[in-house]
Design a protein around this ligand. Structure first.
Ligand code: SF4
Length: 87
């Protein structure tokens, strides 16, 4: 599995990186909404999402599998995508 260059990611060096790591209660959470919005304009969003899906599919216990925003999706949304891809 190759590691894409995500150095242009908008979460890199962001002053509030914790907004990508909210655990539980994500529905309508302002931090989560903010993270998703930033991901939505991130120049590497698709590469980030593809990568995190690959990682989480290969390592179900991997960091981020059960919480956090990555590639513009919450953990629950990523699980949904994984199930669709596997179907
Ligand atoms: S899509 Fe979101 S989580 Fe991924 S690199 Fe960009 S800002 Fe970070």
């Amino acid at each position: 599995m190759s590691h894409p260059d995500l150095s242009a990611g908008l979460c890199i060096g962001h002053p509030n990186p914790e907004i990508w790591d909210v655990k539980g209660g994500v529905r309508n959470n302002p931090k989560v909404i903010r993270a998703i919005r930033i991901c939505g304009i991130c120049p590497v969003q698709q590469a980030c999402l593809d990568y995190v899906i690959q990682i989480e599919r290969a390592n179900p216990g991997a960091y981020g599998h059960t919480y956090g925003v990555a590639g513009g999706l919450t953990a629950r949304q990523r699980k949904f995508v994984m199930r669709k891809v596997a179907a």
